[in-house]
Design a protein around this ligand. Structure first.
Ligand code: FAD
Length: 474
């Protein structure tokens, strides 16, 4: 396991284990004495003297704590399913919460129109702290028939409704910078307004993490795009499009393009495309099936059950945890896609070795020596989490966050090596497992995070929040 620290530490120079490294890193920033101060007196009550003790104790030049009683208890960056769910839970637990960003923006503007959700309906609920904010409840209120698979437009409208009902004070401005204040954080919004908070939750999604193989980086932006950058299917109709990849995004985009009249070819490295639910027998064994698969349906038989218990997954050694994660989300398409792709040319077992722009077209060479000429290339090549690609960090704060290959190293309550800084969603999947890549993980993430921040057990929290405690330990 490689845990990256970007700065030399001031306490022990020797680390023997990951947890020690994390603890040491945290103690560097948040040593027991300062923890005592912040646990026994709220950060907002820290006077200049205590703040001075804190800064002196670390030998750092932190200014006296500028946090005030009027500051936010928690600020959340990102108003996708994870940010919305976490904000609703923290608010219901009595905290002063600010959530920033345009609600459901990634889903509304980066996913192709006409897309259907890959996750089953039961796994497409944005976890709420109160009953009656489920997908079913939204459809009933909106007079929509329940549909499976769920259309993108319904899911986006559900997210907007959830936000209006539970978080009417959401602030749609983007966060452009984040600084660590010692205790607490200072954010700056897109129009320059500063915000201070005691804790910060990063729920900023995967937007900046698109994986673009180097052979495609020299193509003009008009000829190549990533599936996660808002593929406009209509603008590509009547054009020849090569789609690279074998995952849900690639295959669904290929189907939508074909249906819009594009001449599509899919090129995939794997020898044969895979489809989710390839073993219908295992899904239809009644109670035995529920032992093999959780309702979230992330991963194959058995692994699906394990993945549904992120607290357990977190205790598995990283190497094995990585294998489970990669197996659970290996590239595959939904079971409704094969019929829609029947007339699409599919080339498997091949990879593209070079790509050049020539006379307004793209010339691709494959590893079997064949060539393709196309108008456009659509990359369904996935993403690589690398939190340094979020553009809002101050250099100083970024250096303080311990990472494992680009993912933040997290402890219980989704807390990073920087005290009070939490990550939820895909960035937490390396520690908590692949459930955190999906909307289904909002239930666990919001409970765990809230429980950590309000320092109460998840079960007692469940009573306050009017939720079913049986989900708390899932
Ligand atoms: C094509 C595709 C299909 C998918 N299908 C499914 C599916 O069927 N089911 C499923 O469960 N998952 C699916 N996923 C995964 C999906 O992305 C996640 O489940 C979900 O979006 C996670 O929610 P989130 O809140 O973590 O991230 P997001 O939904 O990405 O939300 C993060 C938000 O933060 C905002 N943000 C980023 N930076 C800032 C900033 N500085 N200031 C303010 N706001 C900021 C972004 O604009 C974004 O709106 C799919 C993903 C893709 C790409």
């Amino acid at each position: 396991m490689r845990v990256k620290f970007n700065k030399p530490r001031c306490h022990s120079p020797l680390f023997s284990s990951f947890s020690e490294q994390l603890e040491s890193r945290r103690s560097d920033l948040d040593c027991s004495r300062c923890l005592f101060i912040s646990k026994t007196m709220t950060t907002s009550t820290l006077g200049p003297h205590e703040a001075h003790v804190n800064s002196e104790h670390h030998g750092r030049a932190f200014p006296p704590s500028p946090l005030a009683a009027t500051d936010l208890d928690v600020a959340i960056i990102g108003a996708g399913p994870y940010g919305l769910s976490a904000a609703a839970h923290l608010k219901a637990a009595g905290l002063k919460v600010g959530i920033f960003g345009r609600p459901m923006d990634f889903w509304a503007s980066k996913m192709p129109a006409g897309m259907l959700l890959r996750s089953p309906r039961v796994a497409s609920n944005i976890a709420a702290p109160l009953r009656n904010f489920s997908l079913d409840a939204y459809e009933t209120t909106a007079g929509l028939p329940p549909r499976a698979p769920l259309p993108l437009e319904t899911f986006v409208a559900y997210g907007h409704w959830f936000q209006r009902q539970l978080l009417p004070n959401l602030d749609a401005r983007e966060v452009t910078s984040v600084q660590h204040l010692g205790p607490g954080f200072r954010l700056v919004l897109e129009d320059g307004e500063p915000i201070r908070c005691k804790r910060l939750v990063v729920a900023a999604g995967i937007g900046p993490f698109q994986r673009i193989p180097s052979i495609f980086t020299s193509l003009p932006a008009s000829q190549v795009q990533h599936c996660y950058s808002g593929c406009d299917v209509k603008s590509l109709s009547k054009k020849r499009v090569v789609v690279i990849g074998a995952g849900q995004s690639a295959l669904e985009c290929a189907a939508l393009l074909h249906e819009a009249g594009s001449d599509v070819e899919v090129i995939a490295r794997i020898s044969a495309l895979r489809w989710i639910g390839q073993h219908p027998v295992l899904h239809n064994l009644g109670p035995i099936s529920s032992l093999l698969y959780s309702p979230h349906d992330v991963g194959p038989a058995g692994i699906s059950r394990l993945v549904a218990a992120p607290n357990l997954v977190m205790r598995i050694p990283l190497k094995l945890r990585d294998r489970i994660r990669i197996r659970a989300v290996r590239p595959a398409g939904s079971k409704w896609l094969p019929a829609r792709l029947e007339k699409v040319q599919i080339t498997t077992g091949r990879s593209v070795t070079s790509a050049h722009s020539e006379h307004g077209r793209v010339r691709l060479r494959l590893d079997d020596g064949t060539e393709r000429s196309t108008d456009h290339v659509l990359l369904g090549t996935g993403y690589s989490v690398d939190i340094s690609r979020y553009r809002f960090w101050s250099e100083q704060l970024l250096q303080q966050i311990a990472t494992i290959d680009g993912y933040p190293a997290l402890q219980t309550g989704f807390e990073s090596s920087v005290s009070g800084l939490h990550f939820i969603g895909a960035t937490a999947a390396r520690c908590y497992g692949p459930l955190l890549y999906f909307v289904a993980g909002t239930e666990f993430a919001s409970r765990e995070l809230t429980s950590k921040i309000v320092k109460r057990g998840v079960r007692s929290l469940a009573k306050t929040l009017d939720v079913r405690p049986e989900f708390v330990d899932a």
